[in-house]
Write a protein that binds this ligand. Structure first.
Ligand SMILES: C[S@@+](CC[C@H](N)C(=O)[O-])C[C@H]1O[C@@H](n2cnc3c(N)ncnc32)[C@H](O)[C@@H]1O
Length: 345
């Protein structure tokens, strides 16, 4: 699922020479330079980190909430000879992570959002409706699984999650079918859930699998992907030096909307508020570098159909003080993961 990279500077050593969707363009927007410090907020299989380390004599802090991704990065850490540190954490904590690594500010922060091929292809991770496994879907350890959400959420909450985060038109019918089934027996596996969805969402020739949207909605909810992203963008604003770069590759419209509206708000004098008098309005903290999002070309889409929905946005930090630590990004109105699993306030 990854696009091939033709040449790679020495740091890559004998490791795999592949970079993910839009990876080369994304790293170009970071404007990597000797002596720079960069945060790869979604380390995954290390494709972006490898590309950054190969571009200049710089250092990288790689973050991933997936313990397995961090463990598998050990070879790259060794090959990088002290220039790469890996930290298992959520990227919403990136400011604290940078500080714990001894950096008050960095030159670039890059996000390659969503799940990795490694996560999707591991049946035991429970992300795929094509592979039978536990209904888990957690990128990191701890917290409620998808099975916990499917068991605890009310029918109405399930419908809202699947409609809003999965953009599934038949969300109410899916939620009704889940609620009916779980009265008979708990829904514990990916195949069990996929079979329930297949009964109510018709498979159309040439279209995506009927369970795609339901799985997407649950995955985004279980991993709190949208609040994580909104918090991480404000953390990036705080940790970037003037002239530092923020780069994000998103794979669905909900993520991209958050990045787009954050950058629109922060690149406008007034930080997005049209109600402040001009003199009181805070200065813009970012200058947008991608007026329109960068999208993959046909060759990349043909090589990797998942690339079809990718959108890259990039911006440069100004020297203005960070805006108040509120997010300029609108989040869908949904109950929180904690409330759903706790059985509501
Ligand atoms: C698409 S993959 C990144 C692939 C990577 N750029 C590469 O070159 O291999 C996304 C990764 O981000 C991680 N991730 C997603 N959300 C996260 C979050 N909130 N905090 C930390 N890591 C996260 C996932 O666990 C996954 O490994």
């Amino acid at each position: 699922m990854m696009a091939s990279s033709d040449s790679m500077p020495a740091v890559a050593g004998g490791l795999a020479r592949h970079i993910p969707v839009l990876g080369r363009r994304a790293v170009e927007f970071l404007a990597v330079r000797d002596g720079g410090i960069y945060i790869d907020a979604t380390f995954g299989a290390g494709g972006y980190s490898r590309e950054i380390l190969g571009a200049a004599n710089c250092s990288v802090i790689g973050i991933d909430r997936d313990q397995r991704a961090i463990a598998l990065g050990a070879d790259l850490v060794q090959a990088a000879g002290g220039r790469l540190v890996l930290v298992e954490d959520r990227f919403s904590n990136l400011l604290a992570v940078a500080r714990s690594c001894g950096y008050a500010a960095v030159d670039g922060v890059i996000f390659d959002l969503g799940v990795s091929s490694m996560q999707l292809e591991g049946a035991e991770r429970g992300f795929s409706f094509r592979l039978d496994g536990p209904l888990d879907m957690r990128m990191g350890g701890g917290g409620p699984s998808a099975a916990d959400v499917v068991a605890a959420a009310s029918e109405r909450e399930l419908a809202a999650i699947i409609a809003t985060l999965g953009e599934e038109r038949h969300a109410r019918a899916v939620a009704r079918a889940i609620a009916a089934r779980r009265r008979v027996a708990p829904i514990k596996t990916t195949r069990a859930l996929a079979a329930i969805v297949e009964r109510v969402v018709r498979a159309r020739p040439g279209a995506i699998h009927p369970a795609t949207r339901t799985f997407q909605g649950l995955r985004i909810f279980v991993n709190e992907e949208l609040p994580e992203l909104a918090a991480a963008l404000t953390a990036a604003e705080q940790v970037l030096k003037p002239g530092g770069r923020l780069v994000a590759v998103a794979f669905h419209s909900l993520e991209d909307r958050i990045v787009k509206s954050f950058l629109a708000g922060r690149s406008r004098k007034g930080g997005g508020s049209r109600h402040l008098p001009e003199a009181a309005a805070p200065a813009a903290t970012f200058r947008v570098l991608t007026k329109r999002p960068i999208v993959p070309d046909d060759a990349e889409i043909n090589a990797n159909p998942r690339a079809r929905s990718a959108k890259l946005r990039a911006a440069e930090r100004t020297d203005a003080h960070p805006a108040a630590a509120t997010s300029a990004a609108p989040l869908p109105r949904l109950p929180s993961l904690a409330d759903v699993v706790r059985g509501r306030p």
